[in-house]
Design a protein around this ligand. Sequence first.
Ligand SMILES: *[C@@H]1O[C@H](CO)[C@@H](O)[C@H](O)[C@H]1NC(C)=O
Ligand SMILES: *[C@@H]1O[C@H](CO)[C@@H](O)[C@H](O)[C@H]1NC(C)=O
Ligand SMILES: *[C@@H]1O[C@H](CO)[C@@H](O)[C@H](O)[C@H]1NC(C)=O
Ligand SMILES: *[C@@H]1O[C@H](CO)[C@@H](O)[C@H](O)[C@H]1NC(C)=O
Ligand SMILES: *[C@@H]1O[C@H](CO)[C@@H](O)[C@H](O)[C@H]1NC(C)=O
Ligand SMILES: CC(=O)N[C@H]1CO[C@H](CO)[C@@H](O)[C@@H]1O
Length: 419
Amino acid sequence: MGKEVRSDCEAWPTVCRKSNQIWLKLFVSVLLVGVSFRLLFLRSSAVLPVSEAPAVAKKTEYLSNATSEKCDIFTGEWVPSLSRPPYTNESCRFIEDPQNCLKNGRLDTDYLYWRWKPYGCSLLSFDGEKFLEKMRNKAWALIGDSILRNHVQSLICLLSKAEEPVEVYHDKDFKSRRWHFPSHNFTLSLVWAPFLIKAEIFEDDDGQSDSDIQLHLDTLDSKWTENYRDFDYIVISAGQWFLKTAIYWENRKVVGCHYCPGKNLTELGFDHAYRMSLGKLFNHILLSDHKPLVIYRTWTPDHFENGEWFSGGTCNRTKPYKAGEFRGRDVDHLMRNIELEEFQKVKARSSEDGIRLKLLDTYNLSLQRPDGHPGPYRTFHPFDKEKNALVQNDCLHWCLPGPIDAWNDLLMDMLLNDL
Ligand SMILES: *[C@@H]1O[C@H](CO)[C@@H](O)[C@H](O)[C@H]1NC(C)=O
Ligand SMILES: *[C@@H]1O[C@H](CO)[C@@H](O)[C@H](O)[C@H]1NC(C)=O
Ligand SMILES: *[C@@H]1O[C@H](CO)[C@@H](O)[C@H](O)[C@H]1NC(C)=O
Ligand SMILES: *[C@@H]1O[C@H](CO)[C@@H](O)[C@H](O)[C@H]1NC(C)=O
Ligand SMILES: *[C@@H]1O[C@H](CO)[C@@H](O)[C@H](O)[C@H]1NC(C)=O
Ligand SMILES: CC(=O)N[C@H]1CO[C@H](CO)[C@@H](O)[C@@H]1O
């Protein structure tokens, strides 16, 4: 896999930026997050109580295959499991190093022995053979950022138990890739589009940038739109990149920014940009005469404690939270609410037109897994040289194997019940 062993700089507020000055900037921008959050909820508090996320979509939208009872597979709890993880660092060669916690020396393994149990039904484990059989001659695309890529690695590990894929394409940076499963003629594309809309990004391989991101709020990212017609199934998600400093464009004019002091531009807030982006995305789905099944995956919370990613935050818990123990942070609620609102809007408009749009609502189950992140084990044996070394932690991406293998169990359940 060589080259794809890359840093995890891409997905989130620039874990790799090393300059203190930038950290300070980012710290201030995190403060701004708080401010814009408060503003938002002052604006909308009449509609949305701050303390609770709005009830998710419609409950009982999916039937569990296991029981055929009506059941919301996204609401439930993590229960202890005796089963071994579905694959390991030995059996799957598709795990990228920063998420390869077993290989990197994480010693506690309790986090591998939980399974997601929806209230009122059970979830079957992902079955690669069955999946590939159903998806014979089909083309999938998974579109988004590095958390999406994290998800794809899990999916490929699960599928490769049934058939070894052949990589048939990758771009220069190994960010967009495509695999073919020859004996099922199944194609899986990973498309790098961290904002979903058009963005000019000036980061080098280490995530260092000299120049602000230029984000075009009125233009979708052609990386995925140009191939939209090739796909039968699409899983799409974004979010984390919107927290970064960026200049916002519309109609080829600068209209504002998120965190750009000294530039005499209007602070529009990253929530504004995220809403615009999702609006554009859903509109595209609605208006296109090509009608793939589109699955939108919801926002992923992080679990930094005792600091942020840039100020020594860690995530060293070894057990899931109990239901209701951790409700997420302001930024989680903000981003998730935008997703649910935009999704509901398009759902309401989509009924007659043969639009097939579903929500893969992984938020709640991910929220409860502070134990599932690489933490310091995003690098190989980080404490070998020095026991108390200061190591940058990753409390945003997920260990593989790990909790997000359940995202694919959910996906499988949704497919079995749809087809
Ligand atoms: C997998 O991880 C174990 C430690 O859990 C390690 O001993 C082994 O060398 C790793 N194997 C590979 C192929 O990375
Ligand atoms: C393989 O699947 C593609 C669609 O994804 C289809 O166009 C092609 O004809 C299939 N090939 C064979 C040999 O069936
Ligand atoms: C800031 O922008 C406004 C309008 O865009 C302009 O009127 C004003 O002169 C600018 N201020 C500075 C200091 O450039
Ligand atoms: C977890 O990290 C915190 C500081 O970030 C530390 O105080 C605590 O002892 C750690 N817990 C374990 C079990 O290592
Ligand atoms: C999340 O899970 C808890 C308990 O597990 C439940 O009470 C709550 O309604 C769920 N929230 C959402 C948004 O699904
Ligand atoms: C294991 C199981 O119950 N699978 C069932 C899932 O649902 C499909 C369609 O209803 C059945 O054909 C499977 O047998």
